[in-house]
Design a binder for this molecule. Structure first.
Ligand SMILES: [Fe+2]
Ligand SMILES: [Fe+2]
Length: 258
């Protein structure tokens, strides 16, 4: 079994609010045992500057590898330079990771770039979809893959975020349907945890570390953002096997702020 801590939307901006919340989350994760990796599904920084990525590189560390992808608030060039130590070029940031659980089981995690530079909504570009399709085809037999990106590919029933979701998602659905080794999809952007199905697999949206989106059913829904609600981490337990099917169990835990 693989255990992943899934966080999202730290929006680090060199200010105390975002910094303190991200730090509290990472400190909380460091106290947990049995986690194999942390997955961060984007909006790592708020403005995508080099100094914000320097802050992110310092804060988003701990006893586990931290796998991440950009969100609409990130910028590819500085993200590459400040967070990945690469040249600042503007192509999509797609990265494949291999994670090994304590019992020796393995999983692949494809972190994809769903950003459209300069736009709040998302779309997986042709190059990213082709890269994902290749990664799924080339995966070793019996090893499941989780696909991560920032923008949910479905409506969540929240008008504000539905208006800036991932568009043209039927192209992704086609890729997922054509490979039996996709065990689930992880995303962020909504700043509120949610679970649904997409193309026959579980899809989990992580809460926002920096803030929580109010649901239309809550008091003060028109205020949209709740800056006081505690950040939530999703713990995903990936198990099962290729014959009986993969299973993804998701637990949620609110993190107390200092
Ligand atoms: Fe965000
Ligand atoms: Fe976002």
């Amino acid at each position: 079994m693989i255990v992943l801590a899934h966080i999202s939307d730290t929006h680090l901006d060199e200010g105390a609010q975002a910094h303190g919340r991200a730090e509290a989350m990472m400190r909380h994760l460091a106290t947990m045992t049995g986690i194999d990796a942390v997955v961060h599904t984007g909006d790592v920084t708020d403005h995508g500057t080099l100094s914000e990525y320097a802050e992110a590189a310092k804060v988003l560390t701990g006893p586990y590898p931290v796998l991440h992808c950009p969100g609409n608030h990130d910028r590819r060039g500085p993200y590459r330079e400040g967070l990945l130590g690469e040249d600042a070029e503007d192509g999509p940031i797609d990265r494949l990771h291999r994670v090994t659980g304590r019992d020796g089981t393995e999983a692949l995690i494809a972190m994809c770039d769903s950003t459209v530079p300069g736009e709040p909504h998302g779309r997986l570009g042709d190059a990213t979809l082709a890269w994902l399709d290749d990664a799924l085809r080339g995966a070793p037999a019996g090893v499941p893959m989780l696909v991560g990106f920032h923008h949910p590919p479905l409506e969540l029933g929240i008008p504000y975020v539905d208006g800036i979701r991932q568009v043209d998602a039927e192209r992704l659905a086609e890729v997922v349907w054509s490979h039996a080794n996709v065990a689930g999809i992880l995303c962020g952007h909504a700043h509120t945890p949610a679970v649904m199905r997409f193309a026959g697999v579980p899809l989990a949206v992580a809460g926002g570390v920096v803030s929580t989106l109010r649901l239309p059913y809550e008091p003060d829904a028109e205020a949209i953002v709740d800056l006081a609600a505690p950040p939530v981490v999703s713990l995903h337990l990936l198990g099962g096997d290729a014959e009986r099917g993969w299973s993804l169990i998701t637990h949620h835990r609110a993190v107390t702020l200092p």
